[in-house]
Design a protein around this ligand. Sequence first.
Ligand code: DC
Length: 220
Amino acid sequence: MKIAIDGPAGAGKSTVARMLARELGYVYIDTGAMYRTLTWKALQNGIDFSNSSALFQLAENTFIRFEYNSSQEQKVICDDQDITLQIRSPEVNSSVSIVASYASIREIMVKQQQLMAEAISVVMDGRDIGECVLPDADYKFFLTASIDERARRRVDELRHKGYEVNEDLIKTEIVRRDENDSHREVGALKILPDSIIIDTSNLAIGQVLNRMLSIIREDN
Ligand code: DC
């Protein structure tokens, strides 16, 4: 079984994807974490984000894997280093959509994601999962929410992690990221003909989960 969850930043994808995977006994794969990992490594190496060939080289020479505990909590390991926390920094947030905009980098990432999902049941979240990574997914959910609600969630998340953030700046950045993620030539975020759209603006995470579970269980 393959379940794809796409949608913009702050729509609640990763929280609900993790819960859904736990509920169904599937593996959760956070593809955004992979683009974040490359961005973090590029920052560490002082690579200019306009240098697509240096970024491509970096992607080819970076080994990303996930480790899970029994609650499906995920650790992100880059070349044997645990960088789970580092990839959520404001610096990574503001540059990751540039890295994700290069078709050559997306090609490498999509191949790795397809390999990870091969032969196991997965819940995978990102932007291009239903279209590029798992075009044959059994379910393609598209989660969305109003910009204000998404910015509020991102602010809460960052404050919870100890970062000092300005709500207006976060909102501006989300709008810019949406713009980049929706308008690139390859792997752009979009609603597909077979997307199941869920607007999470006024839903608690448990309600989103229940809605997804009832759709899946109705068919099985
Ligand atoms: O879901 P997230 O916020 O962790 O994603 C980080 C960035 O990576 C975001 O700008 C979109 C990009 N991304 C992507 O282009 N394709 C994916 N499959 C997943 C994420």
